[in-house]
Design a protein around this ligand. Structure first.
Ligand code: NDP
Length: 326
């Protein structure tokens, strides 16, 4: 009998790559979206797996429907990836962000507890929860000092998962993931916005790029690498939280300069700073230690920032050429 996974948030970047990975591993994959009738599931079509997954609607803020879906699907594993996922947007939509992340996670845990089934649960956590790490390197036991509404919501979900694991012995864990990118990242995210501008310029456009704080440091990895770590977490006999990152942090300036260098252009000719894009609070340094995942999961990243940028640029060039020819 194959294992059955329910991926909540299957239409997003990670949901699509995780579905692809689990299908390859022989899982039966169900995926939920807030409105499965209306969603185009573009990412599932891009990966050519749309027909291989069973899609259902779920509003995770509704405990009754979450419980109903667990009864209908009877999953062995639940991957909770849905929720408002943009740090920037969380300043504009703090309540939606808090409800979709914190309450959505709590409802899933309650639904699993009430269903009294042996279901393994994955919660999509974030290194944003550590806040500014300054000179130290954060690990799984470091204090959380969230600085954005998004990070506050993720911190709440993290502690809820720990509390349920300890109180009820549930196989529930949080993957505390750093930024991870791919061609499936929506264009509102800064990395994809940069790649899009660079690719347009390479194809003869005259694209200028407006950015906010270029001094922030982040650890950028590759989404397909990270969903591999997610799958490994639920395959462990003992549930635990793991930090997933490349272990190498770079400034946004380095990201931008690397992207423009790949098309032999100097970023300073094309980038303007827009104070409007500076967030009310931001994290300057975000350094994390990934040794627990290396030892416990046997996981190591295959792609680092330069590889991520090259792969995204390649895909964006292909996409733009296709759009122009159609
Ligand atoms: P995406 O934004 O690509 O996908 C998240 C999905 O959640 C969407 O496809 C959408 O599905 C659903 N969603 C969006 N907004 C809401 C909302 N307000 N309420 C309920 N559901 C919503 O995210 P990623 O795939 O990049 O990330 C997956 C998870 O991992 C997220 O929880 C994210 O916060 C977390 N994470 C991501 C990181 C990254 O760098 N990518 C880093 C650390 C954590 P639909 O429209 O079908 O309902």
């Amino acid at each position: 009998m194959s294992r059955r996974a329910l991926i909540c948030g299957i239409s997003g970047q990670d949901g699509a790559y995780l579905a692809q990975l689990l299908l390859r591993k022989g899982y039966e994959v169900w995926g939920s979206s807030r409105d499965a009738e209306m969603n185009s599931f573009r990412n599932l079509h891009t990966l050519n797996i749309f027909k291989d997954v069973r899609l259902v609607s779920l509003n995770t803020s509704d405990l009754g429907s979450t419980l109903g879906l667990l009864r209908q699907c009877q999953p062995d594993e639940v991957f909770s990836l849905a929720g408002q996922s943009s740090v920037g947007l969380s300043y504009e939509q703090p309540i939606e962000t808090m409800q979709s992340i914190a309450q959505g996670t709590l409802n899933f845990l309650e639904a699993i507890r009430l269903s009294a089934r042996e279901i393994r649960f994955y919660n999509a956590g974030s290194t944003e929860c550590f806040g500014d790490t300054g000179d130290y390197v954060a690990d799984e036991e470091s204090p959380l000092r969230p600085r954005s509404p998004y990070a506050v919501a993720k911190a709440s979900a993290f502690w809820t998962v720990r509390a349920y694991r300890e109180a009820y012995g549930m196989h529930a864990c949080t993957g505390i993931l750093s930024n991870h990118e791919s061609p499936l990242r929506p264009r509102r995210f800064v990395t994809r916005k940069i790649i899009h501008a660079v690719a347009s310029l390479a194809l003869g456009g005259n694209e200028r790029l407006s950015l906010g704080n270029l001094n922030i440091e982040r650890d950028w990895g590759w989404a397909p690498d990270y969903v591999d770590a997610i799958a490994r977490m639920l395959a462990q006999d003992a549930p635990a939280d793991y930090l997933i990152a490349t272990g190498r942090s770079h400034t946004l300036t380095e990201f931008v300069a690397t992207a423009y260098r790949l098309i032999d252009r100097d970023w300073q000719e094309f980038v303007t700073l827009d104070p409007e894009l500076i967030r009310p609070t931001d994290i300057a340094h975000n350094k994390v230690n990934v040794s627990k995942a290396a030892v416990g999961l046997g996981w190591r990243p295959k792609y680092y920032m330069q590889d991520v940028i090259a792969a995204m640029l390649d895909a964006e060039l292909g996409l733009l050429r296709e759009e122009r020819n159609s």
